[in-house]
Design a protein around this ligand. Structure first.
Ligand SMILES: Cc1cc2nc3c(=O)[nH]c(=O)nc-3n(C[C@H](O)[C@H](O)[C@H](O)COP(=O)(O)O)c2cc1C
Length: 340
């Protein structure tokens, strides 16, 4: 199976198939504390926020998704144009294909043409860093899209479910350390839906990672996606629900802020502005989402994505008002109650 075909299957399955975790993120265990006396004008509520020193209009990072075949270039172009218009950060999908087949660079580099000023993150798998990525490849990753950051994705579960996937994960930690030393831009490390525990986060922070995106369980299950790509007889469906729920990851990683200087992105199953605001109350600096975005883009293009965004942004302003907050910096654990 070629990498291009695999990338295409991933988009088709996440847009069309039932590929969500059976277990949930844990956000539904919390309710907001309604403020009967908000003393806030909804029109002046701000959703401005920052990440890696840049100011954005809304705390939504469009998660890394695709690239490496012609239609992926079209998806990336729409996301890029949208993020340029709405001042949101985004990541391209894994650039491994581009490093192996330079003729596929265009489906990635199109993002900088469409988004000359947006914050764009490069993307590479942790397994590709084993033994160190040479400086020529690092320059290509960053230079091809003039990236503002590099995202390393950790996806051992997904790889192990793929018949053609990587099997060896020894040396990723050192590879990340080496990338941090050689990269001209900050390094973000993310999972792809199985979650980053407090222990794993601590090891990443000891290497010097600037941003951790927990990408926990409760949204897209990459084990499920890979198992759907196989003949039934080869599917390892017992792993479809493997992973640490997003809220559990947040609770384990957030306390590390007492001892480390880093920013925290909450993702994995972010499906509404309610999830985003709850994540921020639980200590995240930013949220990120993949599946709702790819569905909107593939089904309804730029307008579909913009419609989704405007709905989330408007709802976030209403939520903030009902919590009595003028801006995101006022959010905190005191605004949530655990449901009995
Ligand atoms: C179509 C698709 C392709 C993806 N490809 C990548 C990728 O190349 N690199 C990566 O870091 N994550 C990739 N992901 C994972 C997402 O960035 C995200 O971490 C994961 O899907 C969980 O978020 P969600 O529940 O909002 O979908 C992909 C997700 C989707 C939906």
């Amino acid at each position: 199976m070629s990498i291009k075909q695999r990338k295409k299957d991933h988009v088709d399955l996440t847009v069309g198939g039932e590929v969500n975790y059976a277990q949930s993120t844990g956000f539904e265990d919390y309710r907001f504390v309604h403020n009967a006396l908000p003393e806030v004008d909804v029109a002046s509520v701000s959703t401005e926020c920052s990440l890696l020193g840049r100011t954005f209009d809304f705390p939504l990072f469009i998660s890394s998704m695709t690239g490496g075949y012609t239609d992926a270039g079209a998806v990336n172009a729409i996301i890029a144009e949208f993020c340029e218009t709405r001042n949101l950060p985004f990541g391209v999908g894994s650039q491994r294909v581009m490093l192996e087949q330079p003729e596929e660079t265009e489906s990635f580099s199109v993002v900088r043409e469409k988004a000359p000023t947006a914050f764009i993150a490069a993307n590479i798998g942790g397994a590709q860093l084993i033994g160190g990525l040479n400086s020529e490849k690092i320059s290509l990753l960053i230079g091809s899209i003039e990236a503002n950051a590099v995202i390393v994705h950790l996806n051992s579960l997904q790889e192990l479910m793929q018949p053609e996937g990587d099997r060896n994960f020894e040396g990723i930690e050192d590879g990340i350390g080496q990338l941090i030393e050689e990269s001209s831009v900050p390094v973000i490390v993310k999972e792809t839906g199985a979650g980053i525990s407090g222990d794993a986060a601590k090891r990443l922070l000891d290497k010097g990672v600037s941003v951790i995106d927990i990408a926990g369980a409760g949204g897209t299950s990459w084990a499920k996606v890979e198992n759907k790509r196989k003949e039934d007889a080869n599917a390892e469906s017992a792993f479809d629900d493997w992973g640490i729920p997003t809220v559990q990851c947040l609770k384990e990683v957030q306390p590390l802020k007492q001892n480390y200087d880093f920013e925290l992105i909450a993702s994995g199953g972010i499906r509404s502005s309610f999830d985003i605001i709850k994540a921020l109350c639980l200590g995240a600096d930013f949220a990120a989402s993949a599946q709702p975005v790819i569905k909107a883009v593939v089904n309804d293009g730029f307008d579909g994505l913009d419609h989704l965004y405007r709905q989330w942004q408007k709802q976030a302003q209403i939520i903030l008002t009902l919590l009595g907050c003028q801006n995101l910096s006022e959010l905190g654990l005191h605004l949530l109650r655990r449901t009995p």
